[in-house]
Design a protein around this ligand. Sequence first.
Ligand code: BTN
Length: 178
Amino acid sequence: MVQVTPFLLILSMVLVAPGHSAKKCVLTGRWMNELGSNMTIMAVNGKGEFSGFYHTAVTATMNEIQVSPLQGSQHRTNQNSHPTFGFTVNWSFSDSVTVFTGQCFVDDEGNEVLKTMWLLRSQVDDIKNDWKATRVGTNVFIRLHSRQECKWQQGGSQASDSAGSATRSFCSAACYTQ
Ligand code: BTN
């Protein structure tokens, strides 16, 4: 017993050390990306399947934006607390479909973050226009806590060494509770 206590202490220190976060990333909940789009992911079932709703802040069409359904699945989580996942948004207000794929992480500050890539397929009237029908991009989602609103803001930092200087731009979220 005397030897077990220091072992548990060291184990817990290793697990909570930066970069080795023991915190689990869970998909269920409300999320917002850097475009200002919001989504709600409902409960993940035993097979890893989930559904939800997506409210995009932007559209490639002239149509009025409507909240649209999403369907997805995540990889088994019992071995992995930072699951990979994919979901499809079947847009209610356009003929387009977007597929997202990504991974749920916990950052150095302990915040859950979804790093995703997406393909947006728009409908075209002629096969000759197929080449321009698919857009690709990335989105980063942060969790919205109950009654919380967040705004993404763009920032920049200057770094220089003997070889010159470079400007790094980044996005960070400013959140406030209503
Ligand atoms: C459409 O314009 O036909 C449907 C809306 C597409 C919105 C895209 S999906 C990828 C990107 N991320 C978002 O949150 N919105 C845009």
